[in-house]
Design a protein around this ligand. Structure first.
Ligand code: ATP
Length: 234
């Protein structure tokens, strides 16, 4: 589905991620783990086309996307729910969804909105509220919902559970499983290691922009060295 080959990316002369190779299998959930500043958000933003790739290549469904604009990547089926959510705070919930759906024909809007609302019914009660007035959990649902409006094949979600109440985290993780059942491939950035390992098929651990561990989530759980050194599990 997505093949990242020896990718390096960063800001100006600064390299945030170096020589990352990562393959996402179709329909899988991959967790991208690591401490603050490890390069997780930069990786997602580079795949989405918002952070400059310095070297390497990225193939999506077998074709290089490295030179495509962010918009072209969305059209190919790559969506991101970014760090900080970046909602249009002065627009209503419904209009945020509408903006997400702009790359689709207008005739898709009602069906796609209803798909999002079936996943996050709470948003249905808030359709006319301004995004800036939503709770943190509602904003997270809306950020994911807006990404879903593009009809993605791959959805990348940054910091899914950050700052959310356990009940809302449960809801978001149930939604993830639903998306996977609906055929989507998911790349998930999280600091909540236990949660990621409970849903992920594969895991990649970054430290200072370098891959320090990569493999099956089951193996990550059972690797005591890894668990103690990088995952905060004991
Ligand atoms: P966090 O969870 O704190 O967001 P992260 O693993 O997602 O951490 P990144 O946000 O990708 O890490 O940051 C990787 C490195 O790139 C850090 O050293 C960070 O300071 C730097 N960085 C991130 N964004 C920028 C930017 N816009 N300009 C310059 N440097 C940046």
């Amino acid at each position: 589905m997505l093949e990242i080959k020896n990718m390096s990316c960063g800001y100006g002369a600064f390299e945030a991620v170096g020589d990352l190779s990562l393959t996402l299998k179709p329909g899988s959930i991959t967790g991208l783990l690591g401490a603050n500043g490890a390069g997780k958000s930069s990786t997602l933003m580079c795949v989405a086309g918002h952070v400059a790739m310095k070297s390497g290549d990225m193939l999506f469904e077998g074709e290089s996307i490295s030179k495509l604009s962010p918009e072209q990547r969305v059209k190919r089926g790559i969506a991101i729910s970014p760090e900080g959510r970046r909602l249009f705070k002065d627009l209503t919930v419904e209009d945020n969804l509408r903006v997400g759906g702009l790359i689709q024909p207008a005739s898709h809007f009602a069906k796609d909105r209803d798909y999002v609302l079936s996943m996050f019914p709470r948003l249905g009660e808030r359709l006319t509220s301004l995004a800036g007035n939503l709770s943190g959990g509602e904003q997270q649902m809306l950020a994911i919902g807006r990404a879903l409006m593009t009809r993605p094949k791959l959805i990348m979600i940054d910091e899914l559970s950050l700052g959310l109440m356990p009940k809302v985290i449960d809801l978001c993780y149930r939604a993830l499983k639903q998306l996977q059942q609906d055929g989507m491939t998911i790349l998930l950035v999280e600091q909540n290691t236990d949660r990621v390992l409970s849903v992920a098929d594969d895991v990649c651990v970054l430290e200072s922009g370098r891959t320090v561990w990569q493999g099956k989530a089951d193996d990550a759980r059972n690797d005591p060295t890894l668990a103690a050194a990088y995952l905060g599990l004991h």
